[in-house]
Design a protein around this ligand. Structure first.
Ligand SMILES: [Zn+2]
Length: 452
């Protein structure tokens, strides 16, 4: 009797511990150095006039592989790059499918949007006249990057071991709404939408060692500006370095949120980039030291594509731009007229949307492009009280994704940036409702409904 009571007690205690700890899943981390080995053009600023001249610190591609059961597997890849082009992501997905049976739906690949990283051909090829040798260097780097990421994923899978995932949220305040800053005549910051949330996922092995830390934040990696020719990951690069110094056994990953209209402030130097990075790393460290909420052992994911329409543009607009004196408009007009001449459809863009639910407790919604912060705030509001991080800059970074509000206000993120990115014109004002419809559908497919 005494023994059976004892056994029952042990069973109850272990069940309580299991409940308190969540459940372990198979998790594997890996990282690979993606610093260019030869001089290459950095991208993000149209003002640059030459390739990079040196390196401040290395750039990394990092991966976490998650497996909750033989049929439930997912991958998150982070890159210290401005953004991946569709060709690169599709190249990666094709090889992952062949080698590991991993589909597009199972992969979130995010870019930190550092403006001090190498160009990925042909993204933003219209912001300068690149010599053939420069194009060759960028193309060679781009092809090598695909192979590196395939190897990276292979390592992450090989490194899988039982781990406990847990999560929490911190805050840092160096992101400001740059549209409001630009709108202010006296340089005084006005209150525009911001999202200072810092979601953190911690992965611990069976011995309690921290083996991986994922963090997110919604702020452009543009602390250093176009006068910088040194390779670096901006604040996100510095933050990852700082965290990995504090947790030498861990891979620290950064996922960029809806940072389309969010800039670090103050900005303009590497010293400031390091300062912002340390601030972010400190907020993450404070959380990682604590006991966080456990994530249970399940994975749900889905992805879909929707059609986003561009505003109707008149061919004569491009014909006039072609002979005008704005070199960026000339390059865009040339692209558009060639496309029209070949009969290619340039009235819409096929836009990817996806979501990954880790356990029942935490969901990453991943959107392509430079998504403005209104989306993050709206998605979190409409799905409250679900715990959500909205990652922008995922799968591909092909242009800005304005909200209806930003579109109606106009300006860089709504209109002029489309010229540099080489698109026909601004998105139609249906853009936000179409994306939100797609988000609701993808969320429904992973078992999350809004309260609306
Ligand atoms: Zn940007």
């Amino acid at each position: 009797m005494k023994t059976s009571l004892h056994c029952l007690l042990i069973l109850v205690i272990s069940m309580l511990c299991w409940e308190a700890l969540g459940q372990e899943m198979l998790v594997g981390f890996a990282k690979k150095n993606i610093t260019p080995s030869s001089p290459i053009w950095l991208t993000g600023y149209a003002s640059r006039t030459q390739p990079a001249t040196g390196v401040v610190h290395h750039l990394w591609a990092k991966a976490v592989y998650l497996e909750s059961s033989p049929n439930e597997k997912a991958l998150i890849v982070s890159t210290d790059l401005l953004g991946l082009s569709r060709e690169v992501t599709q190249g990666i997905v094709q090889q992952l499918q062949l080698k590991y049976g991993i589909t597009q739906k199972q992969l979130i690949i995010n870019s930190s949007h550092t403006h001090s990283g190498p160009m990925i051909w042909p993204a933003l090829s219209g912001i300068a006249d690149y010599h053939l040798e420069d194009q060759r260097a960028v193309s060679t780097y781009t092809l090598g990057l695909i192979n590196t990421i395939i190897d990276l994923v292979g390592e992450a899978i090989a490194n899988k071991e039982k781990m406990q995932l847990s999560y929490g949220h911190g805050q840092v305040d160096f992101a400001i709404n740059r549209r409001q800053l630009a709108a202010s005549k006296v340089g005084k910051m006005l209150a525009g939408p911001i999202d200072h949330d810092v979601p953190v996922i911690k992965a611990e092995d069976a011995h309690g060692n921290v083996k991986g830390i994922l963090m997110g934040y919604a702020c452009h990696n543009t602390t250093v500006q176009g006068d910088n020719y040194l390779v670096n990951g901006d604040y996100a690069g510095f933050a990852q370095i700082d965290i990995e110094k504090k947790y030498p056994q861990a891979v620290s990953m950064f996922l960029l949120g809806c940072a389309g209209d969010q800039n670090p402030e103050p900005r303009g130097s590497l010293v400031l980039a390091e300062k912002h990075g340390k601030k972010l790393a400190e907020a993450v460290h404070m959380l990682v030291q604590q006991k966080l909420k456990p994530l249970s052992n399940s994975l749900q994911y889905d992805a879909l594509q929707i059609t986003l329409d561009f505003q109707k543009m008149d061919i004569s607009t491009y014909q006039k731009e072609l002979v005008g004196d704005n070199v960026f408009k000339q390059r865009r007009a040339k692209l558009m007229l060639e496309a029209i001449n070949k009969g290619w459809n340039i009235d819409h863009y096929t836009y990817p949307i996806q979501a990954l639910r880790i356990g029942k407790e935490f969901t990453i919604v991943a959107l392509a492009g430079e998504v403005v912060v209104d989306y993050s705030l709206r998605i979190k509001r409409e799905f409250a009280p679900q715990d959500i991080f909205v990652a922008g800059y995922s799968q591909e970074v092909m242009c800005y994704i304005p909200s209806k509000n930003v579109l109606s206000e106009g300006g860089y993120e709504a209109e002029s940036s489309m010229i540099y990115y080489g698109w026909p014109g601004p998105f139609a004002d249906t853009v936000e409702e179409k994306i939100m419809k797609g988000v609701h559908l993808v969320m429904k497919n992973i078992g999350i409904r809004s309260r609306r």
